[in-house]
Design a binder for this molecule. Structure first.
Ligand SMILES: Cc1cc2nc3c(=O)[nH]c(=O)nc-3n(C[C@H](O)[C@H](O)[C@H](O)COP(=O)(O)O)c2cc1C
Length: 460
């Protein structure tokens, strides 16, 4: 197993203050698009708060056979392998030097890879904080082989929403940019060759503490740092390299766009659990209690409402995922297979009858998909995405699936339920079971929500 933590050695490491304040806005409000606030007035604490509630370590798990403990993070990851790295540019933050940083989750610190006024100009004006999320495919590939590329993309979708929602909870907006020249951004960030830039996320908003001084356009000083070696040896998976190459954007310039942020009416909350508490407590359920306890219709619609909100990204004006549901135990709904309308307001009943064995079977025989109250197949319109974005559209469909999954995780936690992303499933069997013709889309991700069995190995 490769080292789960990347460090850029030999660079200044800046402290992110411990125990930043917990965002108090209800998580379901944040998921509905409502903006929270923060009392934080300086750059270091602001960054600490943002990262503590989006990317940090939040628990540990015991391996009973060896007595070892391993870290779990705020953002989930297939196999807990965490291929995603968080890099960020800052500009004009109060009491925090401008520069390029890499987040070090193992100690909640920032590795300063460069200081000064590095240009990361995406929309004609630089955002004060811009993240570059990268994937290290080898971290997944040693275990999942060529399927790893899809998991890397899902994980980016989760990390995107983890950041965007944390930003929202403390009063700023996040805009994701998928169309950027891959090689240019990799060079700009001087990334090690095993790290691939996947998504850029700009943060803006009045809550970001900015210095009152004029930007002094300080000269750029590079520290770079030596990336740690993750494994002694690596196996090359040619198909992963090929699909990554095929989905690269080769234009010269970063696409110009005007970030448009949606504002939403506040719906009556069905849970008031604060955002900070929900993200720190979120865990993947190992399995669900299969008994007779149902999810209420209110919980069910709150869940779907959170999953189906607009996403703010240059590739998200059209949506490419449609949700198919295997309803096992939802009060007032007959067990069966349903399809959520694209507008998210209506359900089409496709099959009747108990779906528990089918849902588990399609998910590689994982009981949790049958013991949940509801399981999902996310059906991606890959043809539509490639028509709109060329081969790069393949990435966007998976980012969207991961983003929906992340929203389901947080909504489930807020509603007193649990959730688990399911990347292991039989693709063709899902298509056959749902009678999906190729033009109706392909399954890209599955999900399950229900009442979790307690996991005594977790220490929060
Ligand atoms: C893209 C993705 C795919 C996953 N696939 C599975 C799966 O097939 N089966 C499963 O039990 N858990 C699956 N998980 C859950 C991870 O194992 C879990 O996120 C990880 O162990 C970290 O635990 P945490 O979510 O509690 O932080 C998946 C998670 C993600 C993000």
């Amino acid at each position: 197993m490769p080292d789960p933590f990347r460090h850029y050695e030999g660079v200044p490491v800046l402290d992110l203050p411990a125990d930043p304040p917990s965002p108090e806005t209800p998580a379901l409000d944040v998921l509905q698009g409502f903006s929270g606030t923060t009392s934080v007035k300086d750059g270091p604490t602001f960054l600490s708060q943002l990262l503590f509630y989006s990317a940090s370590i939040s628990a540990s798990k015991l391996v009973p056979s060896t007595g070892d403990r391993y870290a779990l993070r705020v953002n989930p990851s297939s196999g807990n392998l965490h291929p995603t790295e968080f890099h960020f540019f800052t500009r004009g933050l109060k009491e925090w030097p401008d520069g390029l940083y890499h987040y070090r989750p193992s100690s909640h610190m920032a590795e300063q890879r460069a200081s000064g006024d590095i240009e990361m100009n995406l929309a004609g004006s630089s955002a004060p904080i811009t993240f570059v999320l990268t994937s290290i495919a080898w971290r997944e590939a040693w275990k999942y082989r060529i399927r790893a590329y899809r998991y890397c993309l899902h994980d980016i979708g989760h990390a995107w929403q983890a950041l965007a929602l944390a930003a929202r909870s403390i009063g700023c907006d996040a805009f994701a940019v998928g169309q950027f020249p891959d090689d240019g951004v990799a060079q700009l960030c001087r990334l090690h060759e095993d790290e691939w830039p996947m998504l850029i996320i700009e943060l803006r908003g009045g809550s970001i503490p900015l210095s009152e001084r004029e930007p002094n356009h300080r000269e750029i000083v590079w520290y770079g740092g030596d990336p740690n070696q993750l494994s002694k040896e690596e196996i090359v998976y040619k198909q992963i390299d090929e699909i990554h190459e095929a989905t690269k954007f080769r234009g010269d310039n970063l696409a110009s766009h005007s970030p448009a942020f949606e504002s939403t009416p506040k719906l009556p909350p069905s849970s008031t659990r604060p955002f900070g508490e929900v993200v720190r407590m979120r865990r993947s359920a190992l399995d669900f209690l299969g008994g007779s306890q149902s999810m209420s219709l209110t919980q069910f619609w709150a869940l779907l409402g959170a999953a189906n909100r607009p996403l703010t990204a240059d590739f998200a004006t059209a949506r490419f995922i449609q949700l198919y549901l295997y309803v096992h135990r939802v009060s007032g709904l007959q067990p069966g297979v349903y399809r959520l309308s694209r507008a998210g307001a209506g359900l089409e009943h496709l099959k009747s009858g108990d779906q528990r064995v089918a849902a588990a079977g399609l998910s590689l025989g994982q009981d949790l998909a049958g013991n949940a109250c509801v399981a999902f197949s996310m059906i991606g319109n890959l043809d539509g995405a490639t028509r709109a974005h060329g081969d790069r559209g393949y990435r966007y469909v998976h980012f969207e699936a991961g983003a929906i999954g992340h929203r389901l995780y947080l909504a489930a936690e807020a509603l007193g339920l649990g959730a688990t992303g399911i990347g292991a499933f039989y693709d063709e069997e899902v298509h056959r079971y749902l009678n999906l013709a190729p033009e109706q889309g392909r399954v890209v991700y599955q999900f399950a929500v229900g009442y979790p069995v307690p996991d005594y190995r977790v220490n929060a």
